[in-house]
Design a protein around this ligand. Structure first.
Ligand code: CKX
Length: 607
């Protein structure tokens, strides 16, 4: 169990939550002398910085946008005296990639990993009825032992530079909301639900983690606010008669209310929304409530103009409206767990999520998108840094599953993206990662990882660990693009035939396929990068998918154009978006709308 509660902050009779979003003070610490110079007691020369947001794209100079190293955020927050007797803490939605938190100058917390919430308890350092100084020392360096994996290069002029082994800009900062929270000393730390469906009945099994032995009551309410089930105790079963199940694009949410009582007094109350549904893999089918589902959707990014990877309700809303318009039903949180609000909206809208841990870049190459196709080997898992990397990786899985396990939208865990799997040394690493996820997920959701181009039926040593085989394939783009596309198709079919021959009796999905496309380019007949070619490329890929019964989903790369490190293969970012970065459709969006609206939800099922 984690040292702090991952529960999303909520206000109830016993809990308080005040948003700390807004303008914070900010300063780069290029020489890492901030601690020695007492910056936790006040930044000497700060500028204003919006939270939540990545710091990078506000700046007009390159040194600041590309800055790598230590940097500080600081703000003040008033803690009312009425909160005495409660546990007061600052909850960060994330800090990328690692952070040390100081309360009134005293260090209280260190957190590694840039995409997960953590809580810094103020404890004895809190000052009531006064403003409290909150300082955060953040660092955005990429290393071999943290995820996402990369290197930090030092240029001859002494400046540090990010060298990611992955294809997205190394945005950093306080990219998600920050809240001041007050929780009773005896409190609910976590809860877990899992479901069993019977004729006209659902069993909602639950456990509650708390730091008290006082009585725990759990109740379930339907969308009209009518109580439908109750139970007493730290673990139990809520029996729901005639349940309304959570279905794909047809969500129904119950409200779970958990209370700690002492006699008639409520000590703590927490609530959340849950959906009753089961998910499993049977043969080549992905089953939701026992019914087969074909995944239609995207690999996404948290990425938009100006705010970078910062969370934005408006961007999220637009993204969901576009996904509904185009007829999608799912997405993968490539390549890191997203903001909690994204899962809440997916819960409400009935979208299916493949939740991905930030284990991207486990292939030692800055241009892995090219080199993976060429069969390059980097002996990644033979490095002496592997044991430490595994430790960080397992911790990230634990945090992700703890945070996201109760969301009905989460149907699968993606435990790595495009790792090197062609050497036996990957096998023990995979074994530990996959076993651990299975052990800690009470719902036993299917696990997967995205296979890079050179992880082929005869070269990949690790596909056996996956409950769903997820392929990232670029025939017709990185391999045999343009006029050679027919050769690409032939090679693609050859690979698929080889998978078929293995008779794995598991669902396959495509978690990536795509072609870079400039929204400005039209060309008849097509050339690569034109909108016409993107559609031709997609048609070829879909013809292949449609030929194989065991292919049970397609998530195109990418939902929208996104920012990457600059380079000769990236024209101000990756342009494989079906929508532009400003969330307007390319020609391919209309093509997808037609295809996805015509594919039945249980496409290719045996029913
Ligand atoms: N897959 C051959 C990981 C994504 C990249 C995508 C691309 C690669 C392809 C690997 O993060 O953006 O190159 O477009």
């Amino acid at each position: 169990m984690l040292e702090y509660s991952m529960l999303y902050p909520r206000e109830t009779v016993s809990r308080r939550c005040v948003s700390m979003d807004g303008l914070w003070k900010f300063q780069f610490d290029e020489t890492s002398q901030g601690v020695a110079n007492n910056w936790m007691n006040g930044l000497p020369n700060p500028i204003d910085m919006p939270v939540p947001a990545s710091f990078n794209d506000f700046f007009t100079d390159k040194e600041s946008r590309e800055y790598v190293g230590d940097f500080w955020y600081e703000t003040e927050v008033f803690v009312p005296a009425e909160w005495k007797g409660k546990e007061i803490a600052v909850r960060f939605g994330s800090a990328t990639h690692r952070a040390t938190v100081y309360i009134n100058g005293v260090q209280v917390m260190y957190h590694e990993g840039g995409f997960m919430p953590f809580v810094a308890v103020m404890g004895e350092h809190v000052r009531y009825n006064e403003k409290n100084r909150i300082s955060v020392l953040v660092n955005n360096e990429l290393t071999a032992t943290n995820i996402p994996v990369g290197e930090t290069k030092v240029l001859p002029n002494g400046k540090k530079m990010a060298k990611p082994y992955f294809d997205f800009f190394n945005y950093a900062g306080l990219q998600r909301s920050v809240n001041l929270i007050a929780t009773p000393i005896e409190n609910i730390k976590d809860y877990t639900v899992w479901f069993e469906l019977e004729e006209n009945k659902a069993k909602v099994n639950y456990t509650v983690d708390s730091n008290t032995n006082k009585e725990i009551c759990v109740a379930l309410y339907d969308e009209n606010g009518t109580q439908v089930a109750t139970s007493i105790g730290k673990e139990g079963v809520l029996i729901v008669e005639n349940p309304i199940l959570w279905k794909v694009r047809d969500a129904y949410l119950y409200k779970i209310v958990i209370e700690i009582f002492e006699g008639d007094t409520i000590i703590d109350r927490y609530y959340d929304e849950i959906g009753i549904r089961t998910v499993e893999v049977k043969g080549t089918e992905i089953l939701l409530n026992g019914s087969p589902v074909y995944l239609k959707g995207f690999g996404k990014h948290e990425d938009s103009d100006i705010i970078g990877r910062g969370f934005s309700y408006p961007v999220m809303k637009r993204d969901f409206e576009l996904m509904k318009w185009i007829g999608a039903n799912s997405f993968r949180t490539s390549h890191y767990p997203y903001s909690e609000e994204m899962y809440q909206m997916a819960d409400r809208e009935g979208f299916l999520i493949i939740d991905e841990v930030p284990a991207v870049g486990l292939f030692a190459s800055i241009m892995n998108f090219l080199e993976a196709s060429s069969g390059k080997q980097t002996a990644f898992f033979k490095r002496e840094t592997t044991p430490q990397l595994l430790k960080t990786h397992l911790r990230a899985i634990e945090e992700m599953i703890t945070r996201d396990k109760n969301h009905p939208c989460v149907i699968s865990w993606s435990l790595l993206n495009e790792p090197e799997t062609t050497d036996e040394s990957a096998v023990p690493y995979f074994e530990k990662v996959f076993e651990f996820a299975h052990e800690i997920d009470v719902q036993k959701r299917p696990r997967t990882f995205a296979l890079i181009m050179n992880s082929l039926p005869h070269t990949c040593k690790c596909y056996q660990f996956s409950d769903i085989i997820s392929l990232n394939r670029y025939y017709g783009w990185y391999l045999n693009g343009g006029y050679e596309i027919s050769e690409g198709e032939e090679k693609f079919r050859k690979e698929m035939d080889a998978w078929k021959e293995l008779n794995l009796n598991r669902p396959f999905i495509f978690t990536e396929y795509g072609a870079d496309t400039s929204a400005m380019e039209r060309k008849l007949p097509s050339v690569m990068w034109s909108q016409e070619y993107q559609v031709e490329y997609l048609e070829m890929n879909h013809n292949v998918f449609d030929s194989y019964e065991f292919v049970k989903g397609e998530q195109v790369w990418n939902f929208a154009d996104f920012q990457t490190t600059e380079g000769i293969l990236r024209m101000n970012g990756n342009k494989k978006g079906i929508f532009t970065r400003q969330r307007q459709p390319k020609e391919a969006a209309f093509y997808f709308k037609k295809r996805w609206e015509s594919l039945p939800e249980n496409y290719k099922s045996h029913e």
